[in-house]
Write a new protein. Sequence first.
Length: 348
Amino acid sequence: MTNVKKKRRIGILLGSLAAVVFVVACVALWVAKGYLYDPVVSNRSMVYVHRQWSAAQLDSALCEALGDEHSVARVERMLSVYEFDAANREGAYRLEPGMSAWKVALKLSRGSQSPVRVTFNNVRTLDQLAARLDEQLCFSKEDLLALLRSDSVCAALGFSPVTLPALFLPDTYEFYWTVTPEAFLQKLSKEYARYWEGRREQQAKALGLTPIEVATLASIVEEETNKPDEMGIVAGLYMNRLRRGMPLQADPTVKFAWGDFSLKRILNKHLTIDSPYNTYRVTGLPPGPIRIASKQAVDAVLNHKPNPYLYMCAREDFSGYHNFATSLAEHQRNAVRYQRELNRRGIR
């Protein structure tokens, strides 16, 4: 073979090899583009990763977030490149529209958690609160309740087990999904201090009450009425009774003492219960809140306008509002009308 033929054959081989390399490079770039730039997330969503999850469970979570098995497969291939391990990356991850498989995998592999919004309102008891938080955060209801029932934990927060409901101010907060119960309580303690510091603390002092006592009165007010425009009137009425040394005679405290908020009528037999929460038998405020009071109820106590009322009775029209009275005789007339309506409706 002449040198010319050899050179020609080598040139052909090199050209063919270059063509193959070019094709492979194009394919590689095309594949890389798909993983690096092509979006796999259409809608904003959250992916929750549990440390004990299997590959199948992770696959299911990604399918729910992405809604496309092909996109899930892309993300999982990238996760395998990063040697992703759910046991070390427990958390909640927010996926934004337009994210590529690479960005999703990178976010999960780095453990770049997104804060979650946690809301609790309209809860009476600490058990109900713990159950509500169990639905929104990683820790369990039982783990939180163990702390809430601990004398030492409550004391460290500045409360006792019976006054602890005052700590919780219903609202929406941001936490990492994996927050511990201890860290959760510490943040709520800071929020509580921030809420009371300054003006509200001074308002409470002007009423002759501590913040916990304000929360206790607010809890009674909120159980008495769900009408925002009436809360301040009810608060003023009870403040009048406190200043005169009269028993509050608040029906919700009797329900609390019996552990039964479903009671429709408070009868004489209910008033005999021996409990510091029975405000028909003891004067002053009960030992602690009878529910987790809303900020609205707390502020209604702090900002209530003075009024002359000492008595209240639910209106006979069952509107949720009350008839207020300054004298016992007037109150008794209101009560008779209400009792007649209860009897007419067969409410026992």
